[in-house]
Design a binder for this molecule. Structure first.
Ligand code: FMN
Length: 193
């Protein structure tokens, strides 16, 4: 049986929930899938394929997600690896609708001011040679207290308050469809190796 590892960096649980659903979907497709927080530093070496995802805050992946990729570049580049970001919530992305450019909506512009978080993850994606990077809509519960000082401050800023709608916008059908595609590719990819 093919083995897949799904790693998540999640501050408030939305990304962890997406990772769990990807794991369940892969299992339903006959893949032996393990789901683990990035902070556990699970070694990807025993797995045939990996999926790594993070919540996006102020245009950047969470530090433990970045750290996981950096520590495992050499291993991840030798097996099919996909990334996902959990972030945009409706109207949270400046003037343009998220559908126009999902990367812009979640991680900011490709160049210029505010592009640092996106550049970082794109450089790691290139070093690993990822097969894809999917952007999923996330969730925001203002009653869940901030877990970092930067988040506490950001939540108080009037522009952020204005663009952060409350709710769970995760699109489970989109997530499951993507995971099914991965299951097909993991099966095919490993079968021809
Ligand atoms: C202070 C703050 C800043 C955020 N910044 C972004 C952002 O720059 N881009 C984005 O797509 N989503 C942003 N979000 C939305 C979160 O990424 C989204 O809620 C995500 O699903 C949270 O994942 P988690 O619960 O796993 O931490 C922000 C949310 C908060 C509270």
């Amino acid at each position: 049986m093919r083995r897949a590892l799904i790693v998540h960096a999640s501050r408030h649980g939305a990304t962890a929930g997406i990772a769990e659903r990807i794991g369940e979907t892969l299992r339903a497709q006959g893949i032996d899938a393990d789901v683990a927080p990035a902070g556990n530093f699970t070694d990807p070496a025993p797995y045939d394929a990996c999926v790594v995802g993070s919540g996006v805050y102020m245009g950047s992946w969470l530090a433990e997600g970045i750290d996981y990729l950096e520590r495992n570049v050499e291993t991840l580049r030798t097996r099919p690896t996909w990334l996902f970001s959990s972030g945009p919530i409706p109207n949270a992305s400046k003037q343009r609708p998220v559908e126009d450019d999902p990367y812009d909506g979640a991680l900011g512009p490709a160049d210029g001011p505010g592009s640092g978080g996106r550049k970082k993850i794109e450089a790691l994606a290139a070093a690993i040679g990822v097969r894809g990077h999917q952007i999923f809509q996330g969730a925001f519960d203002p009653n869940d207290p901030p877990k970092a000082l930067s988040e506490r401050v950001a939540r108080m800023l009037p522009p952020v308050k204005k663009i952060l709608p409350e709710g769970d916008f995760r699109e489970w059908d989109v997530i499951e469809a993507w995971a099914k595609e991965l299951a097909d590719k993991i099966g095919q990819k490993v079968a021809v190796v």
